[in-house]
Design a protein around this ligand. Structure first.
Ligand SMILES: NC(=O)c1ccc[n+]([C@@H]2O[C@H](COP(=O)([O-])OP(=O)(O)OC[C@H]3O[C@@H](n4cnc5c(N)ncnc54)[C@H](O)[C@@H]3O)[C@@H](O)[C@H]2O)c1
Length: 322
């Protein structure tokens, strides 16, 4: 069994590799070559009602591999200087059931989530989109900044976090990593979203904060933070006014508070979802119809993304050894 650490994942698998891999993943998902089972997301019975254990299984037919991502979400890890998401991906042979690899899940999640947003942004944002807003200056903000730059000519980035120290640290790091970009911290959400072409919401917020009047005509939004029915980042008026796409219909209608709460309120019809990422990458649906459309890509995260990227990393590293 091969054990692949966070450092090895980040050395062997770039953001560009992740974007190409995710595009192939959604083509294979559309064709039924890979599949996933419903994931189990449980709050630990530790009296804190916040620490989450997730088991995300998937099957990669063509690769003769299957397995699962086993992931923890511990929000208080932020205060302990630990990542909030930690775990492993186990890859098994579908011919023998042998364990082939154990791969660090935090780094794969970091890369694949931003790659998914980049693929969606490429299909949905205006071609000339050059301004990016990152709401939530955590781990995902860093990978999203790298990935979105590969699909649109970003020149200006505005960052907003409720924790001003974290916002400041992120902005300073990003300025030194990307000296060619203008990178600013915002005092308010309004300042962070004014005249912005692409907005990424990357927070664990339980309450919606991005409203329709904050978003410019023609903007594209990647709503990434919410992955359970009670969590949401977007208000109902914004969802109702936009052309809404999801990573997967079944997962979104089971887990996305951004979609489910407006549906329960009777303000948004699930049949109004304009398409899934598989449908976008295989051109079964079209993205924006006009330069003024507001498009939303709402993602809860899928096991096929994790297993597909893990398999690509495993195949690359075993080829290197031969
Ligand atoms: N959809 C997916 O596939 C997917 C994948 C990975 C992570 N996520 C989710 O995305 C979110 C971000 O992940 P991360 O690893 O960057 O988390 P993180 O804990 O590293 O960072 C989250 C940041 O958001 C900030 N924040 C919290 N509430 C806020 C608010 N209302 N406004 C502005 N900032 C706020 C926090 O201060 C923190 O800096 C989490 O909720 C995570 O569960 C989703």
């Amino acid at each position: 069994m091969k054990v692949i650490s966070e450092q090895e994942v980040l050395r062997q698998f770039t953001v560009v590799d992740a974007i190409k891999t995710i595009e192939r993943c959604f083509i294979d998902f559309d064709r039924g070559r890979i599949m996933q089972w419903p994931r189990s997301v449980t709050t630990l019975p530790d009296g804190l009602n916040q620490n989450v254990f997730a088991l995300m299984p998937a099957y990669l037919g063509g690769e003769r591999l299957y397995g699962a991502k086993i992931m923890s979400f511990f929000p208080d890890n932020l205060e302990k200087s630990l990542p909030t998401h930690l775990g492993q991906i186990i890859l098994l042979s579908s011919e023998t059931g042998e364990t082939k690899a154990l791969i660090d899940a935090n780094s794969v999640t970091w890369l694949r989530t931003a790659a998914v947003s980049a693929v969606a942004t490429d299909k949905l944002a205006k071609k000339e989109a050059s301004t990016l807003s990152l709401i939530g200056a955590g781990n995902q903000a860093a990978s999203h900044l790298q990935a979105i730059r590969h699909v649109r000519p970003i020149t200006r980035v505005v960052v907003f976090d409720l924790d001003k120290q974290r916002q400041h640290d992120f902005v300073e790091r990003a300025k030194s990593d990307f000296p060619g970009l203008t990178i600013l911290g915002a005092e308010t959400l309004t300042e962070a979203t004014e005249n912005i072409d692409i907005i990424c919401t990357l927070t664990p917020s339980m309450h919606p904060f991005l409203t329709g009047d904050m978003v410019s005509a023609g903007a594209h939004i990647n709503a990434i933070g919410s992955f359970s029915p009670e969590k949401r980042e977007l208000t109902t008026d914004l969802i109702s006014a936009a052309k809404v796409f999801v990573d997967d219909y079944e997962a979104a209608l089971k887990e996305s508070g951004d979609i489910l709460i407006p549906v329960l309120e009777g303000s948004f019809d699930e049949d109004s979802i304009a398409g899934s990422l598989s449908e976008l990458v295989t051109s079964k649906v079209t993205g924006r119809s006009t330069e003024n459309d507001i498009t939303i890509f709402d993602a809860v995260g899928l096991a096929v993304e994790d297993l597909y990227c893990a398999s690509a990393i495993y195949q690359k590293m075993t080829r290197m050894v031969k």
